[in-house]
Design a protein around this ligand. Structure first.
Ligand code: ARG
Length: 471
C-alpha cells in the first residue's frame, strides 16, 4: 500500500480549507505529525476572541459587510458555547484549532464564514492566540504565587521569634529565626512575580494583522484589534510578529526560575521533616504513609514539587531548541511551541498549589529547632564580635581567640555558654563575665537588627512591609 494512502485504501480527500491545489490528502502519518488539534484546542477561547476582534475590525473598515460580520460573530459565540459544553467535535483532519473553528463556522453560517480569514493568516492568528494564552497564564501564576507569599508571610508572623540554626553549606552557622527564613522565600517569589510582570509587558503587542509574514494590502486597522484584545499596541514588524516566540521563552525562563525556588523550598521541607531534623511537621493532607513502615510520614508533595522542576526546566530547553536556527518568518517547527508551555504551566500550577497547601498547614517544632540551635557553637561569631567591641581586638585576632574557645568547648563536650570564666580566661585573660550576654542565643538573634536581619523585631517589620508590598 502506498504511504500516501490511509488505512482502508481509500484515497484521502484534500483539505477543504487549503486544498485548492492539492489533488489528494495527506498520508495517515502526515496527518498525525501535522495535526496540533490534540493540544492546541486549549487555545479555543483565545482563538475565538481573536476572530471576533478581527471580524469586527473588517466590518468597521468596510472590508466585509456588517451582515456577514454579525453572522460570523454569532457563529463564533455559538462555537464557544459548544466547546465549553463539551459538544464540539474536534477533527484531526482539520489539523488545528483555527481550522476546526473555521470549518464549524462554515457549517453554521455558510459561505460568509469564508470571509473571516480575509487579511489574516494562521501565522498571525496562532501567534495572537498563543500570546493571549500565555498572558492569561501569567496572570493566573501571579495570583497563585501571591497566595503562596501570603502563606509564607503568615508563618513568618506566627514564628517571627522562633529560633533555629541558620545554615551555610548545610552546616549550622548562626542562629536565625524561622520567620526570617520564611521571608527569604517571599522575596524570591516576589522577584518571580516581577519577572512575570516584565514578561507580560514585553509580550503585550498584537501580532494580528501581520498576516502570513508581510502584512496585507487590505486597509485593516491593527490598532483596533490590538485594543479589543487588550494589547498595548500592534507589534511593529510583521516578519517578527509571526516568528517571535521569545514571549514564550521568557515566560518559560521565568517559570523555570520560579520552579527552582519551589524546588529549594521543597528540598528544605524534605530535610526539615526528616528524622534527624524534625524541625517541621507537615499535615496529613500533604504527606503519605508507607505501606510497610507504619512509623513513616513521607513528604511526597515536597518531593514531587522538587521533581516538577525538572519538567519545567526541560520545557524551557525544549522550546529553546525548537527556535534555535529557524530562519524568518514562520516555520512549522513553531507548532511545537505549545506543548512545552502547556506542560510547564500545568506542572507549575500544581507545584505552587501544593507548596501553598504545605506551607499553610505545616507546624514548625519550635522546641526542637531551639534545641538544635544549642549544638554547633552558633554564637561563635558573636563571641568574635564581642572581643572586637569590648576588648578592641582586631577581627582577625578575635577570630583566632574564638577558634581556640570553640576547640576548648569541643574537647570538653560543652556548649560555649557552659564554659567557665576561668576556662575562657585561660585563652584570653581580659575576658570578663559580660561575655555571657554575647554567648546567649537569644541575644545573638535579637542583636541582628540591621535592615534585612534576623532579629524578631526586624522580622515583624519585614513581614509588615512584605504584606504591603506583595499582598
Ligand atoms: N497549527 C499551526 C501552529 O500551531 C498554525 C499555523 C499554521 N501555519 C501554517 N502556515 N501552516 O503553528
Amino acid at each position: 500500500m502506498s504511504a500516501r494512502r490511509k488505512k482502508g485504501g481509500t484515497k484521502p480527500r484534500a483539505n477543504a480549507l487549503w486544498g485548492g491545489r492539492f489533488a489528494a490528502g495527506p498520508s495517515a502519518i502526515m496527518e498525525k505529525i501535522n495535526a496540533s488539534i490534540g493540544f492546541d484546542k486549549r487555545l479555543y477561547a483565545q482563538d475565538i476572541a481573536g476572530s471576533r476582534a478581527h471580524a469586527a475590525m473588517l466590518a468597521r473598515k468596510g472590508i466585509i459587510s456588517k451582515t456577514d460580520a454579525l453572522a460570523i460573530d454569532r457563529g463564533l459565540q455559538k462555537i464557544l458555547a459548544e466547546i465549553e459544553s463539551g459538544k464540539f467535535r474536534f477533527k484531526t483532519a482539520l489539523e488545528d484549532i483555527h481550522m476546526n473553528v473555521e470549518a464549524r463556522l462554515a457549517d453554521l453560517i455558510g459561505p460568509a464564514a469564508g470571509r473571516l480569514h480575509t487579511a489574516r493568516s494562521r501565522n498571525d492568528q496562532v501567534a495572537t492566540d498563543f500570546k493571549l494564552w500565555v498572558r492569561d497564564s501569567i496572570d493566573a501564576l501571579d495570583t497563585a504565587l501571591q497566595d503562596l507569599q501570603a502563606k509564607l508571610i503568615a508563618q513568618a508572623e506566627r514564628h517571627a521569634d522562633a529560633i533555629m540554626p541558620g545554615f551555610t553549606h548545610l552546616q549550622a552557622a548562626q542562629p536565625v529565626t524561622f520567620g526570617h527564613h520564611m521571608l527569604a522565600y517571599v522575596e524570591m517569589f516576589g522577584r518571580d512575580r516581577g519577572r512575570l510582570a516584565d514578561c507580560r509587558a514585553r509580550l503585550n503587542e498584537s501580532p494580528l494583522g501581520s498576516a502570513a509574514l508581510a502584512g496585507t494590502p487590505f486597509p485593516i486597522d491593527r490598532n483596533m484589534t490590538a485594543k479589543a484584545l487588550g494589547f498595548a499596541r500592534p507589534a511593529a514588524n510583521s516578519l517578527d510578529a509571526v516568528s517571535d516566540r521569545d514571549f514564550a521563552l521568557e515566560y518559560l525562563s521565568t517559570a523555570a526560575i520560579a520552579a527552582v525556588h519551589l524546588s529549594r523550598l521543597a528540598e528544605e521541607m524534605v530535610i526539615w521533616t526528616s528524622g534527624p531534623f524534625r524541625f517541621v511537621r507537615l499535615s496529613d493532607a500533604f504527606t503519605t504513609g508507607s505501606s510497610i513502615m507504619p512509623q513513616k510520614r513521607n513528604p511526597d508533595a515536597a518531593e514531587l514539587v522538587r521533581a516538577k522542576c525538572g519538567r519545567i526546566v526541560g520545557s524551557l530547553n525544549a522550546l529553546l531548541m525548537v527556535m534555535k536556527g529557524l530562519p524568518l518568518a514562520y516555520g512549522k517547527d513553531m507548532q511545537e511551541d505549545k506543548e512545552p508551555v502547556f506542560e510547564a504551566t500545568d506542572a507549575l500550577a500544581l507545584a505552587v498549589a501544593a507548596t501553598s497547601g504545605m506551607i499553610a498547614d505545616m507546624k514548625p517544632d519550635r522546641k526542637r529547632m531551639r534545641q538544635a540551635a544549642e549544638d554547633g557553637f552558633l554564637t561563635a561569631t558573636d563571641l568574635a564580635d564581642w572581643l572586637v567591641r569590648e576588648l578592641g581586638l582586631p577581627f582577625r585576632q578575635a577570630h583566632h581567640v574564638c577558634g581556640r574557645v570553640v576547640k576548648r568547648a569541643e574537647e570538653s563536650g560543652k556548649s560555649l555558654q557552659a564554659l567557665t570564666l576561668a576556662e575562657l580566661r585561660a585563652i584570653e585573660p581580659r575576658i570578663h563575665k559580660g561575655v555571657y550576654k554575647a554567648l546567649s542565643i537569644e541575644n545573638s538573634v535579637a542583636a541582628r537588627r540591621s535592615f534585612g536581619g534576623t532579629a524578631p523585631a526586624q522580622v515583624r517589620r519585614a513581614a509588615a512591609t512584605a504584606r504591603r508590598r506583595y499582598l
